[in-house]
Design a protein around this ligand. Structure first.
Ligand SMILES: Cc1ncc(COP(=O)(O)O)c(C=O)c1O
Length: 388
């Protein structure tokens, strides 16, 4: 089976070719496979691309969030404002550092991210940070959130897992907050299988994140291997983790980083085709959130179905055409753990979005005719359900 699974048009398909194969085989032949020169090169190039002083490569986006929160000094007694419309890791890592997540509603169904107005009412004297997710890659609201955080002496942390290469008025996602976390999971715009990156221009946070990544040790095996000095000459500043990235993943990351601008451009073109066809075929029944944007990474293609359309039934019908769909996201506050521990919470817009959102396929090798096929399958599925 290939990466497309059973679907004619999967949700996502990797842009991998001989360049990735060669990059990985070069590392295998070098016989240095744990963190080493490729990781350092990937960190330097990623930091330059984002426009930050420091990038620290780690083993996953969740690991990046975990050490970003710790490096920002978040801990017991702190409250962190975070969208409920996100992947669970954004929130669970707040719990893992001992702080309390304060789940925020989205601004509207057509702007499904947090805004200053949704955050304002949640600030208390315990608020240490606001986590901003660039939902689907849109940086909409990000600069306003940073300004609000600065005015209120609160840290802004970006979950930039959707936003590789997104830009807000010349600032790249990952350089807007005090510190940011990227994921390079297998379906991300920059994909290495499992991996992540912390980005920041704050020297102290960077140093702490770097130490936390590898047991709090002041040097890595590669540093000791590549310089002649006393054996095992390192110190432990505080307890850390093994969140290191391997050379194999960094080699993939370097090739993927090179491909990213062109792939983001292709995603933009495809989203333009989607928007036009959805308007032509399904205006009134389906809405595409946010305004069209030339500076968005377009990690996913979310749509919001009309109130009376059964989203799950549409997804089942579309699968019959061979089109894979998904949902971003099931609201965090509705999961059992959060209901049990924090009680019932009402975030009506997030709930409506979680009920009506459907994610359509999007990946750089998609053809315009694939987008036409998906929109046709969507229109036919909705028509069929309405006729029943
Ligand atoms: C918004 C968001 N945050 C965090 C993560 C966690 O990243 P990872 O799967 O690399 O741990 C993901 C990805 O899966 C994500 O989409």
């Amino acid at each position: 089976m290939n990466g497309r699974g059973a679907f004619r048009i999967p949700l996502f398909d990797l842009d991998y070719d001989d360049r990735e194969v060669e990059a990985v085989s070069e590392v295998v032949k070098s016989k240095w496979v744990s963190t080493g020169p490729k990781v350092k090169e990937f960190e330097r190039k990623f930091a330059d691309f984002i426009g930050v002083k420091h990038a620290i490569a780690v083993s996953s986006g969740s690991a990046a969030l975990h050490i970003a929160y710790l490096a920002a000094g978040i801990g017991p007694g702190d409250e962190v404002i975070v969208p409920s419309n996100t992947f669970i890791a954004t929130v669970s890592m707040i719990l893992h550092v001992g702080a309390r997540p304060i789940l925020a509603d989205i601004q509207s169904l057509s702007r499904p991210n947090i805004s200053v107005s949704t955050v304002k009412g949640l600030v208390t004297e315990k608020t240490k940070a606001v986590v901003f997710l660039h939902y689907a890659g849109y940086t909409d609201n990000a600069l306003e959130i940073r300004k609000f955080c600065d005015e209120n002496d609160i840290l802004m942390i970006e979950d930039a897992a959707h936003a590789h290469g997104s830009d807000a008025d010349g600032l790249k996602a990952g350089s807007i907050g005090h510190i940011a976390a990227f994921s390079f999971y297998a379906n991300k715009s920059l994909a290495v299988g499992e991996g992540g990156m912390v980005t920041t221009s704050d020297n102290d946070m960077a140093e702490k994140a770097r130490l936390l990544r590898s047991h709090g040790m002041t040097s890595l095996s590669w540093d000791r291997f590549s310089s002649v000095g006393p054996p095992a000459n390192y110190d432990i500043k505080f307890p850390g983790f093994n969140y290191r990235m391997s050379e194999l993943h960094a080699a993939l990351g370097l090739v993927q980083l090179k491909k990213l601008p062109r792939n983001n451009q292709r995603r933009r073109e495809l989203v333009g085709v989607y928007r036009e066809l959805l308007k032509r075929r399904l205006e009134g029944a389906v809405d595409a959130p946010f305004e069209p944007s030339e500076t968005t990474s377009h990690y996913i293609m979310p749509i919001v179905l009309g109130e009376d359309i059964d989203r799950n039934a549409v997804a089942i019908e579309m699968a019959k055409y061979g089109v894979q769909t998904s949902v971003h996201y099931r609201p965090v506050h509705r999961f059992t753990y959060f209901r049990d521990v924090f009680g019932e919470q009402e975030l009506p817009l997030t709930e409506a979005f979680g009920r009506r959102e459907l994610t359509l396929p999007l990946y750089p090798s998609m053809k315009n005719s694939d987008v036409e096929f998906v929109v046709d399958a969507l229109a036919r599925s909705i028509e069929l359900l309405e006729s029943q």
